[in-house]
Design a binder for this molecule. Sequence first.
Ligand code: 5GP
Ligand code: MG
Length: 184
Amino acid sequence: MPRPPSIRPLFSAATLAARVSELGESLAASHADKAPLILGTLTGAFMFTADLVRAISPHPPGLSVDFLRASSYGAGTVSSGEVVVGGGAGSLGTKVPITSRHIILVEDIVDSGRTLAALKRALESAGAASVTVVALLDKPSGRVAGGAEADLTGFTVENEFVVGYGLDWDEAWRGLPYVGVVES
Ligand code: 5GP
Ligand code: MG
């Protein structure tokens, strides 16, 4: 399949699949008896979440899957640092209740770590029994004070803007089966 010319590939579909498989095995072992609730964050983590759920093998009894949304609050491209989770006003917007569940929170990428910090706070306030964060990508150069860390990470990236495998640039490139850097 020809790839768009302006994307420099970083992680191929095969490379992603191999790492997702490792992450799934690790989560299968850590959550075998925990009936985990997988929570994917929309929209960026939709593809990673779908692949990761299938890679959690053997399948833990009672595993369920839902999604939530987190948005940076602020104008233009400069984030104010405020993050709105779900419907705001304390509602996470999930269909599956959070209370007393062992959550596996699935993120696309941790940059400043603010989104993750807000998500973890929201899940803990909602009464989660535990929160384990798995992020496909980690961009440690972006981290700020108060930013949270993932427990499991697929790959580390430099200070570059990456797209594909769910991640967008202005809503484009999400459908690419690999992760790459936009070269404009
Ligand atoms: P944080 O709150 O950690 O600064 O931001 C995390 C969110 O910013 C990610 O979930 C993602 O939506 C967005 N983001 C950060 N870096 C990148 C990147 O390189 N590419 C894309 N597509 N989104 C990014
Ligand atoms: Mg995101």
